[in-house]
Design a protein around this ligand. Structure first.
Ligand code: NAD
Length: 433
């Protein structure tokens, strides 16, 4: 059987078993002499099992290594190449904090990403090529750490509106990492398996960016994850908030652009899922904090921490009795990855159900940074939600996920990062003041 395949594949000459020889090749004017060809043929005949094995090995090598050498369509678009740093390993946010220090173990096997839908099912490797929009931001950069640490190839698209290259400096020079300066409101074509869509300016362009990324996911057959927000619940009339609650959002208020933008993004995501059979996932993220947060972005945790470190009063808006729940970033990243890898579309609330009033939060910040920090009350902003607390029963049951880091344990990790960035101080790393 093997000889049949061997011979008929060439020129249809009769096989040796049928009394034929290879000399037909010489008759066709080939450069090799008849006797030489015959000798090689005999040799190959004797070693044919070995040849078959060698052939399989060669084909597998080419097959597996191809993505390493095939330039992605992004390679000409502003990829950043900076000095190589050697260690790329699994990232433990509680150990490595915000510095992105990695433990040097290469978590994955072969590193290049496979392109979606092109590899026969049984042969698909676990490593993928993953796009993270907004990957230079707070959450995105931690997500990238985790994905790279798991052996995936990651492409970050970011326009650095609020994100920073420094958040990703630990991956510069890693061949499995690419960074593209690009605004997601402009279309983009990349060959990827999964898209984590985090890029989100709090403006109507949020919707356009989401539409573009959904279009990309549809075109290349990638799975798409939208990072929505607890703001879709508005000022909720139901407490705690369950995913089935439709929310209470003012469509024309000062916060509407963000809230309604994300609600529209969810709508578009579900429409693509229904109409184009796109694989989608929706995460509704509740307040998240941790190292690499924007220092002056106006979010309550970063405000309080920066103010306490700078010896400024902590500004509490309203009476300080409004509640929020605070999730450490590593818990969120685990939730996002479980959601992306799981079978369920969502939406899923991803947040820490521990509920704090603003005054309680201020107190934790005082305990952690400066017991003498003063509190200053200001008039509250319009449409500020009175209560926020996720019901995470669905995520617990279907994703097997729940947060593990308490506020008192996570806050010091953020404080040391903020202290370093505000004062250039490394002495207090990992400690509370
Ligand atoms: N951090 C939270 O507490 C929280 C809560 C709810 C939802 N979310 C959602 O999670 C995602 C990430 O949030 P984050 O806290 O990391 O915010 P972030 O501002 O730190 O990160 C957003 C990133 O997107 C980039 N970006 C913005 N507009 C862009 C554009 N048009 N094109 C390309 N890049 C663009 C920014 O430069 C930044 O790097 C966002 O979608 C946000 O709405 C976050």
């Amino acid at each position: 059987m093997a000889s049949e395949l061997t011979y008929r594949g060439h020129d249809g000459s009769p096989s040796r078993e049928e009394g034929g020889t290879y000399t037909a090749k010489a008759q066709k004017g080939w450069l090799l002499s008849a006797s030489y060809t015959r000798r090689v043929g005999l040799l190959l005949q004797d070693q044919r099992f070995l040849c078959v094995l060698l052939g399989i090995a060669l084909a597998s090598t080419v097959f597996l290594a191809a993505p390493l050498f095939s330039p992605s369509s992004t390679s000409t678009v502003g990829t950043v190449h900076l000095p190589r740093r050697p260690a790329y390993g699994r990232w433990d946010p509680l150990v490595d904090g915000g510095g992105g220090a990695l433990d040097g173990r290469l978590a994955g096997g072969l590193v290049a990403g496979a392109t979606g839908g092109k590899i026969p099912l049984g042969l698909r490797r676990k490593t993928m090529r993953i796009l993270v929009t907004g990957g230079a931001g707070f959450v995105g950069s931690h997500l990238v750490d985790q994905l790279i640490g798991s052996g995936h190839s990651v492409i970050v698209v970011d326009n650095f509106f609020t994100g920073r290259k420094e958040n990703l400096a630990q991956h510069f020079g890693n061949p499995r990492f690419e960074l593209i300066r690009h605004d997601v409101v402009e279309p983009l074509l990349l060959e990827v398996d999964q898209i984590y869509h985090l890029a989100c300016p709090a403006s109507p362009t949020n919707v356009v960016g989401t539409l573009n990324m959904l279009g990309l996911a549809k075109r290349v057959g990638a799975r798409f994850l939208l990072t929505s927000t607890s703001e879709v619940y508005g000022d909720p009339l139901q407490h705690p908030q369950v995913e089935t609650y439709w929310g209470n959002v003012n469509p024309i208020g000062v916060r509407s652009c963000y809230d309604e933008g994300k609600r529209t993004a969810e709508t578009l995501t579900m429409d693509y899922h229904r109409a184009a059979a796109l694989e989608v996932r929706i995460a509704r993220i509740f307040n998240t904090y941790g190292p690499r947060m924007c220092i002056d972005d106006g979010r309550v945790v970063s405000n309080f921490v920066a103010q306490a470190l700078r010896k400024e009063p902590l500004t509490v808006y309203g009476d300080g009795k409004q509640t929020r729940s605070f999730q450490y970033v590593s818990d969120l990243v685990q939730g996002l990855i479980k959601l992306m890898e799981g079978e369920h579309v969502g939406p899923f609330n991803l947040g820490n159900p521990g509920e704090f009033t603003m005054l309680e939060l201020a107190q934790v910040v005082q305990e952690t940074i400066d017991p003498n920090a003063k509190i200053e009350f200001r008039r509250n902003t319009e449409d500020d939600p009175h209560k926020r607390k996720p019901d995470i029963a669905k995520a617990k049951e279907l994703l097997g996920w729940e947060p593990t880091v308490t506020l008192r344990r996570g806050l010091p990790l953020m404080v040391s990062d903020f202290r370093r960035r505000i004062f250039g101080d490394h002495a207090g790393d990992g400690t509370t003041a």
